[in-house]
Design a protein around this ligand. Structure first.
Ligand code: SAM
Length: 282
């Protein structure tokens, strides 16, 4: 039973961390001509109107994308943020006002070149329908189905390079381990794949199951990037931070992301902190 709908959280601090990372990874991958297959295992929708009832209910974007948008002129001195905010401006109906926030399918599809392709998996029938109604450029396939199984079934891909985003809602506890298993199977079949896995930092600390399972599988070259909105998880009922794992991270991404997040953090909270390291090295 799927109840999670990303519209309630669109544009929050975790989306900012995740989509800036995605944007940074893709920027690096586009430096080479060879074709790329992008797979988004948990796609959600392509675009979220911020005035929609679900998004307006919690308005999490006010502690996420909105402060960045409002500071976009001063942030444009950072290359990664400049490109990200310029991309964000492309989806606004009035370029002077933030009215929409794009989901991962859009952040990927705007970078597709004629040689690239994109596969989007979404299991929730309503969310899949939203996705099918949205126009995305390029060779995009939208599939109503399970993204983890779908990813493994499509390996090996026909293009020389593979880039994957695994972004579950973690409604089921087992998902942490299922993600680690899928990561391991995928890397056995596509050793050089650049795979991004998002995970929430919650007081229960379940993400440790994912991290430990990755070590148990013997995976190598897994980089970890975490953004904490709150200094302490004590007294925080919900998500206090956002985590990303990246396998085979492009060279230079760590520096670009650290510089961008150093500018982002103080805009979101005085306590906000960014850290990154190798979870498993070579
Ligand atoms: N990746 C999106 C983004 O960054 O904009 C947000 C995705 S949201 C966190 C997770 C999505 O996964 C939800 O839309 C949910 O319906 C969908 N979902 C849940 N289980 C799934 C599964 N097994 N396969 C594919 N999609 C699933």
């Amino acid at each position: 039973m799927l109840s999670y709908q990303h519209a309630y959280h669109a544009g929050n601090f975790a989306d900012v961390h995740k989509h800036l990372t995605l944007h940074g990874v893709i920027n690096h991958l586009l430096r080479k001509e060879s074709s790329i297959t992008y797979i988004d295992t948990h796609a959600g929708r392509g675009l979220y109107p911020l005035a929609a009832e679900e998004t307006a209910r919690l308005h999490e974007y006010r502690l996420g994308v909105l402060p960045l948008w409002e500071s976009r002129r001063s942030l444009s001195t950072n290359g990664l943020l400049h490109g990200w905010l310029a991309a964000l401006a492309e989806v606004q109906s009035d370029p002077s006002r933030l009215s929409h926030y794009p989901g991962s399918p859009w952040w990927m599809s705007r970078c597709l070149r004629s040689q690239d392709r994109q596969l989007l998996f979404e299991l929730h029938p309503g969310e899949h329908e939203h996705l099918t109604e949205q126009t995305l450029d390029g060779a995009v396939r939208k599939i109503h189905g399970d993204g983890l199984k779908g990813l493994v079934q499509r390996l090996p891909v026909k293009t020389p390079r593979l880039c994957v985003l695994i972004d579950p809602s973690y409604e089921r506890k087992q998902e942490y381990v299922e993600v680690a298993d899928t990561l391991s199977t995928t890397l056995r079949k596509a050793r050089h794949a650049v795979i991004m896995v998002w995970y929430p930092l919650l007081p229960a600390g379940r993400h440790h199951e994912l991290l430990e399972a990755i070590k148990a599988h013997g995976l190598r070259k897994v980089w970890r990037s975490e953004f904490m909105l709150h200094a302490s998880k004590e007294g925080i009922g919900g998500m206090y931070g956002s985590g990303m794992l990246i396998t085979n991270p492009p060279w230079g991404l760590d520096k670009h992301l650290a510089e961008a997040m150093a500018r982002v953090a103080p805009l979101l909270s005085r306590e906000a902190r960014y850290q990154a390291d190798w979870w498993v090295g070579e």
